[in-house]
Design a binder for this molecule. Structure first.
Ligand code: FAD
Length: 393
């Protein structure tokens, strides 16, 4: 009898990556996605070499490169006057870390992943299928899908994001819900005509200031400028946390960037619209697998975005999952135990480092001056070295 399918809940970056990795390990995969289409949503993503080397392995990188930009560097700038504090030479990524560093729109990454999955006869993506719950049977897992018959599988992978139904069913700890980080994220895309040519060069600007920062980089061959601001803020609303689409009040955002460099205030004022959403994180846990059920990506370790590693860690999870299934053919519980052991330490370390990076980015007064001096002293080679542990993996 052929193996029963592996069920993956969620066709985001983590779920589609998991499908590709599991299919490469010889398994048949059914991906359940609650949305009716894999619609364009979200904003830009910085994809480090630890992500792109895995996309290459699954055959999805060439398609992504058609839309993506390989930046020369990340310029860390002082938000008050716009001056460059230090530069991270990510343009040397292939030489130093063995794979390219890319800037891409999330929708373009999803296109590259879903087109690659569509060509694979061992992957079936079912849209409009919302996982309501699940239970383990004697020899497998039963997924309950809203308005549809149950689906039986050999294992269930929850790649269903921050408010994961699969994680809920695992009852890992109490309380185990997402926690508001005290910050909101704001995003916009500015048409090339609304910004300066300097900002459309293939470079990232990371502008730091008291209680806030702003990240700027071009997307889609310089036709638009991606801008994401993170500010310390009171607004917490879990229902809005994974939708990315609440209207943001530009006047409020402008007030938070008063006293920043003119170039930065102009970007905030000239943006056609701002979308605002609250940032939630999960507490790091060592265990997120039970029997034939596990979680990955944001469902396992939703993290603050300060190292730009959330999607990359979901991609690393997917790769580890595929390797674990190859190492334990026909033994799903052993494969999932292997996967958790391979991933928990690393993902938790990145999650913690992202949290501390947020504190460092938003410093003010003498502490900010000390930070800037330390970054200058490190210089490009020191800053590249400080990223080795993330990007070499
Ligand atoms: C401001 C900001 C900037 C960021 N920048 C970067 C960056 O530069 N680089 C980077 O690597 N990461 C970045 N991240 C993090 C990254 O966006 C996430 O970590 C990543 O998208 C998580 O992917 P995922 O597949 O785990 O979850 P998601 O992308 O949330 O996907 C979950 C999927 O599951 C589906 N789903 C949910 N519930 C169900 C259900 N019950 N049944 C079926 N389907 C369901 C959803 O519709 C969705 O398609 C950033 C995050 C933020 C907030």
């Amino acid at each position: 009898m052929p193996d029963r399918p592996i069920i993956v809940a969620g066709a985001g970056v983590g779920g589609l990556s998991a499908a590709l990795a599991l299919a490469a390990a010889g398994r048949y995969v059914i991906v359940l996605e609650r949305a009716a289409t894999l619609a364009e949503y979200g904003a830009g993503l910085q994809l480090g070499p630890n992500a792109t080397r895995r996309l290459a392995k699954w055959g999805a990188l060439d398609r992504l490169k058609e839309f993506a930009t390989a930046p020369e560097a990340v310029d860390i700038r002082d938000g008050r006057d716009g001056s460059t504090i230090a530069t991270v030479p990510v343009g040397e990524s292939e030489k130093r870390w063995g794979a390219v560093y890319l800037l891409a729109h999330r929708a373009d990454l999803l296109t590259a992943l879903s087109e690659t999955a569509a060509r694979n006869p061992n992957i079936e993506v079912r849209l409009g299928c919302s996982l309501e719950g699940w239970h383990e049977s004697i020899d497998g897992v039963v997924a309950h899908i809203e308005g549809r018959p149950d689906l039986h599988g050999a294992a269930l992978i929850g790649a269903d994001g921050l408010r994961s139904r699969v994680r809920e069913g695992l009852s890992l700890a109490s309380p185990d819900g997402p926690r508001y980080s005290g910050r909101t994220a704001w995003r916009t895309l500015l048409p090339a005509a609304a910004t300066s040519a300097a900002l459309l060069r293939p470079r990232t600007s990371l502008c730091l200031g008291a209680g806030a920062h702003l990240v700027l980089y071009p997307l889609r061959h310089g036709s638009v400028l991606n801008a994401v601001a993170i500010v310390e803020d009171e607004w917490s609303d879990l229902d809005a946390a994974d939708f990315w689409s609440s209207h943001g009040d530009a006047a409020f955002l402008s007030s938070r960037f008063q006293g920043w460099a003119r170039e930065i205030r102009d970007i905030i004022a000239n943006a056609p619209e701002w979308r605002r959403w609250p940032l939630y994180v999960r507490r790091a846990v060592d265990r997120w697998t039970r029997g034939r059920v596990t979680v990955l990506g944001d469902a396992a370790h939703a993290m603050a975005p300060f190292l730009a590693q959330g999607a990359a860690q979901a991609i690393e999870d997917a790769d580890a999952l595929g390797l674990a299934f190859s190492a334990h053919p026909g033994n799903e519980a052993a494969a999932l135990g292997h996967y958790q052991r391979a991933r928990a330490g690393r993902a938790n370390r990145v999650q913690r480092a992202s949290f501390y990076q947020g504190i460092v980015y938003h410093l003010s007064g003498p502490a900010a001056l000390a930070r800037n001096m330390a970054m200058r002293a490190l210089g490009p080679s020191g800053l590249a070295r400080a990223s080795d542990w993330i990007y070499r993996e």
